[in-house]
Design a protein around this ligand. Sequence first.
Ligand code: FAD
Length: 491
Amino acid sequence: MAASHHDKPTIVIGAGIAGIAAAIRLAVKGYKVEVFEANSYPGGKLNEFVNSGFRFDAGPSLFTMPQYVDELFRLAGKNPTDYFRYEKLDSICHYFYEDGTRLTAWADSAKLADEIALKTRDTRESVMRFLNKSRDIYDITHHVFLEKSLHRLDSYLNKQTLRSVLRFGEIDAFRTMNEANEKHFHDDKTRRFFNRYATYNGSNPYKAPATLNIIPHLEQHFGAYFPEGGMHAITDSLVKLAKDLGVRFYFNSKVEEILYERGQVTGVNVAGDVVRASYVISNMDVWFTYRKLLKGIKLPERVLKQERSSSALIFYWGIRGIFKELDLHNIFFSEDYEKEFRTIWKHKTIDEDPTVYLNISSKYCQADAPEGSENWFVMVNVPANVGQDWDRLIAEARLNIIKKLSRILKQDIGSLIVVEKVLDPREIESSTSSYQGSLYGTSSNGRFAAFLRHPNFIDSVKGLYFVGGSVHPGGGIPLALLSAKIIDDNF
Ligand code: FAD
């Protein structure tokens, strides 16, 4: 690091989780870091709100790979547990099928295999073989695809990467996830169970390469966790760390332009004020960074044209009553999974029988709901926002979801709702500047999606970097945190 870089600050645009992580990493290296955030609060999608005694995490609810959060505290020479604690889930998710089958996804692989063998027509051995294959895909790919820039030659010039390249045939990139899972499992319930992992990054299992079968390994091997105080504790604790390291946050401060001269970044324009900087790190969705902040730049059309990941429709419901059969994470499967995905991806609308995800943080954090009540976060996957009639779709989906949950739980759910708030793709788009309200940037529906995601830098503007779910290595908290780690190598 050149000493002169201390004079001018390094600017981070956006206090999403990747922006905060990048700020922490540079502050640790001695840079003076300033974060400009358009909203009045940090966290972006990783936000929370309280309504009539119910606390809700607004966005992400599944926490995996906590090591990437811990790493930030360690880098700063702190003890992670002084800031942030979490517990490992024994049972990761409860699955409900319309025929009455209920299946628990245990964190322990052998137990999960036994459970699937008990509840479906598939065998314990076939599940174990599947999970071993999932681990192999991870072993081959993680080093190359997740932890390095795919866009720098030196990422490829080492033994580990070359070994991975030689094993490329084993990562199952030439058929879809569903093709692989249909071949491997006999029972449609097991197929749905494993196909659903495609939705962890907003993709379609009938289009995405079977390489995404890596995801069950991430969940099984590294586990799923619940942060003490809820998901928002991730944002809170990292903001605290950043502030302890001297990072300055400016809220209600929308960056309007990234300034550059002769191929070198020079600063940003925030509400009419020019702030000079040696480095600028954009945590804004890369699609909007190009369209709104980078004037006069040549657009990387191929990258910006990539299909976006799916979005979400969420009902936050305060529910009067306690449901013993429900867990922290619950899934109520649609009957025709393929049709549901066709409806989302081809017809760009919501299926009349959607798979419903129900998260109840008060199962682990009682204070999140008043006594005798639960805070239900009810989400369905929906297409990215291309101008659908959302008000109509929301009204229809609400009825279908209540009917489905009432049918399976054998209780009239509608009459138990005492508090309600709705989040739809339009608001996800406007409140976090995510193009089309997609949750995870671009989708992974093509074989080459990993290579077509925008890099973490551009050659035409030196000193400008990109982090967050819309750029390499992709969306979701762990990968957003990894994007900050990848750019860290440049400082
Ligand atoms: P974002 O959270 O998108 O934040 C970007 C920030 O930049 C925002 O605060 C925005 O206001 C700010 N900004 C943008 N433009 C400007 C500007 N010009 N000036 C100043 N500030 C600006 N991930 C998981 O791991 N597990 C899950 O269970 C999960 N579920 C999800 C459910 C939902 C409903 C949603 C919405 C997302 C979910 N995700 C999940 C995805 C995860 O939330 C994201 O991948 C991750 O939080 C993205 O972080 P980010 O750093 O890219 O930025």
